[in-house]
Design a protein around this ligand. Structure first.
Ligand SMILES: [Fe+2]
Ligand SMILES: [Fe+2]
Length: 346
């Protein structure tokens, strides 16, 4: 028998309420906002306060006619190389956001991933705007008339081919690795990107680029803080098997990110022989145009400093650092690195 309270209309079954069905797990969204790491909630708030709009930049001051054709190609090329990394950012973090929801991570982790997705979309838009402003249709769909333009277009096509090689591996890695392993790759990416953009914001002479690098660098520094906070939470208690995996991930991060931070090692990258010489010529034109690209030696020094930072962080948790003979960094030999090892992030 059911009693109805006459005034409110509320129904209270005399035998009690029917228990609701348990939702099978993992399931897409948690119905709670659990906070285990308040620091992450603070970082999410910071991301909302620091939000900016790439469309509001004074793009009219980036005038194609202020540069030589070689310089326009150089800048376009450098941004296309960057886009090969930044272009994957939104999708990588959107997937990670969904993963965080499915596995019912605490609320600030879900939100922090979302904020990185938002930021990466802005970074990707910066590449888009810089490229299209200087060479409409670029990086791939423009008519290349000079040898330099053809070389740029061809190199970018090769880069894109390589970008396409790791996507399936990344998609599978979400289910395969715990968050802490994924985050180590993210950590490498964020240390690399914050280092890169900080260095370039200091060196760029064109005001638009200087300001852009500052804004993007500020976002990357926040991404780095998010990574470090998650890792502090997850690293204690990590099994030896995962520690070994992380060491390999760090080497994979170096192999992958060196393409934009320095020069890629002879591993993973499937590129023709002429790729690197042409890459150097094009990047030099970007440098001459005031984009703020560091010299080969400065890049190596910068990368080495960034790696030393990562090494110190992971060392605290008893994780070995991989050997990076390219930069005279000693460490563990992790063997072959293939597309399945690359977790693309920037
Ligand atoms: Fe980014
Ligand atoms: Fe980032």
């Amino acid at each position: 028998m059911t009693t109805t309270a006459a005034q409110s209309g509320l129904v209270v079954p005399s035998g009690g309420f029917t228990p609701y069905p348990e939702v099978p797990q993992p399931n897409i969204f948690p119905m709670e906002w659990r906070v285990e790491t308040p620091k992450l909630a603070e970082l999410y708030e910071r991301s909302k306060r620091q939000v900016w709009n790439p469309a509001d930049f004074p793009w009219e001051t980036l005038r194609p006619e202020d540069f030589t054709e070689e310089q326009r190609l150089g800048i376009m090329y450098w941004y296309a190389v960057l886009a090969n990394f930044d272009g994957s950012g939104p999708a990588v973090f959107a997937k990670a956001t969904i993963h965080a929801f499915e596995t019912h991570q605490e609320d600030p982790i879900r939100k922090c991933f979302f904020s990185i997705t938002r930021d990466e979309m802005n970074h990707e838009e910066v590449c888009q705007r810089a490229i299209q402003k200087l060479i409409p249709g670029a990086p791939l769909d423009f008519e290349a008339t000079s040898d330099l333009a053809k070389a740029a277009q061809n190199n970018i096509g090769w880069l894109y081919h390589n970008g396409g090689r790791y996507w399936t591996g990344y998609s599978a890695s979400l289910a395969k690795y715990p968050l802490s392993v994924l985050f180590t790759s993210f950590l490498m990416g964020e240390v690399a990107s914050s280092t890169l953009f900080f260095g370039m914001s200091k060196k760029a002479t064109h005001p638009v680029f200087k300001e852009l690098f500052k804004k993007v660098g500020q976002d990357e520094a926040r991404h780095l803080a998010i990574c470090l906070t998650v890792l502090e939470r997850d690293w204690p208690g990590l099994s030896d098997e995962y520690k070994t995996m992380i060491t390999k991930q760090l080497r994979a991060g170096f192999v992958f990110l060196s393409m934009i931070l320095w020069e890629p090692p002879n591993q993973f990258w499937d590129i023709p022989d002429y790729f690197m010489p042409n890459h150097r010529v094009l990047v030099q034109h970007a440098r001459d145009a005031g984009l703020g690209v560091l010299t080969y030696e400065e890049q190596a020094e910068n990368w080495k400093l960034a790696l030393a930072r990562v090494r110190a962080i992971v060392g605290e948790w008893g994780i070995d650092f991989p050997a990076i003979p390219e930069l005279d960094v000693e460490g563990v030999d992790v063997g072959h690195i293939g597309p399945e090892d690359i977790i693309p992030v920037f």
